[in-house]
Design a protein around this ligand. Structure first.
Ligand code: HEC
Ligand code: HEC
Length: 206
């Protein structure tokens, strides 16, 4: 009887011990999964921490988890068409996508130094107040006063200006259509000066 109690207690403690060890290892395991894929594939363009030192690739560091998740699913299902990223995501599982989104969103965001202050000032006006004369809504109403974004509205603060300008063009040209036309209605009203100005301004936000 006593023996039975001991072994029951042993099983109980080893099981609870096992469960809590497994729980505390879960985020670690997810991080390892992500890091391996990042080292094998993503870092060549986006950097090991998502810092993307080359201006032609978007920064992912500090981007929102659900936004990254949506984009990776959209690339994989070809809702967002871009040859490189369609190929990169083709064989990723849902669990790998979730791990990658968690990884990049937890990396510290970085910002750029803005050189052309006057151009950035035009951008600041558009970003904070929109363009009431052509019917452009303030970007800040969705992307946040500091470009910090929220779960499904991407962070723009610190993003490469070249990437931001390119995306605004692809919304206008209907190359990028996975946003349900929200950004088309906005980007298509921007002049070239406004595109460059707002891209400059957000690149310097922290
Ligand atoms: C050969 C270069 C290259 C590699 C490698 C690469 N990417 Fe990309 N990535 C790009 C380019 C270019 C874009 C912009 C696509 C566009 O213009 O729509 C992009 C866009 C993205 C975006 C969307 C960012 C945003 O702000 O909307 C995410 C998320 C992303 N990549 C994640 C990854 C992950 C995860 C990996 C590794 C599995 C990876 N990328 C590997 C080039 C690359
Ligand atoms: C009504 C809300 C709304 C407003 C206003 C808005 N945006 Fe957006 N924007 C979005 C959403 C939502 C997305 C993400 C689309 C998706 O899921 O692919 C987005 C995406 C973007 C992207 C792509 C970012 C990336 O990482 O690929 C850029 C660049 C952008 N917006 C710039 C702007 C600028 C500049 C303005 C102001 C002129 C603006 N937005 C105003 C909602 C908005």
């Amino acid at each position: 009887m006593f023996n039975l109690f001991i072994s029951a207690a042993f099983i109980f403690f080893s099981l609870t011990g096992f469960v809590s060890a497994a729980q505390s290892k879960e985020p670690e395991a997810e991080k390892d999964t992500a890091l391996k894929i990042v080292q094998d594939k993503c870092q060549h363009c986006h950097g090991i921490n998502g810092e993307a030192s080359s201006a032609i690739y978007p920064r992912l560091a500090g981007q929102h988890k659900n936004y990254i998740l949506k984009q990776l699913h959209d690339f994989r299902s070809l809702r967002r068409k871009e040859a490189t990223m369609n190929e990169m995501t083709a064989n990723l599982s849902d669990a790998q996508i979730t791990a990658l989104a968690a990884y990049f969103s937890s990396q510290p965001a970085i910002s750029h130094r803005v050189r052309d202050k006057q151009l950035a000032a035009v951008g600041e006006y558009i970003f904070q107040k929109g363009n009431p004369y052509s019917g452009v809504a303030p970007c800040s109403s969705c992307h946040g006063e500091n470009g910090e974004g929220s779960e499904l509205r991407p962070r723009l603060a610190g993003q490469h200006k070249r990437y931001v300008a390119e995306q605004l063009h692809s919304f206008t040209e209907r190359d990028r259509t996975n946003d349900n036309a929200i950004m088309f209605s906005i980007a298509s009203k921007l002049t070239e000066l406004e595109v460059e100005a707002v891209a400059n301004y957000v690149s310097g936000l922290k």
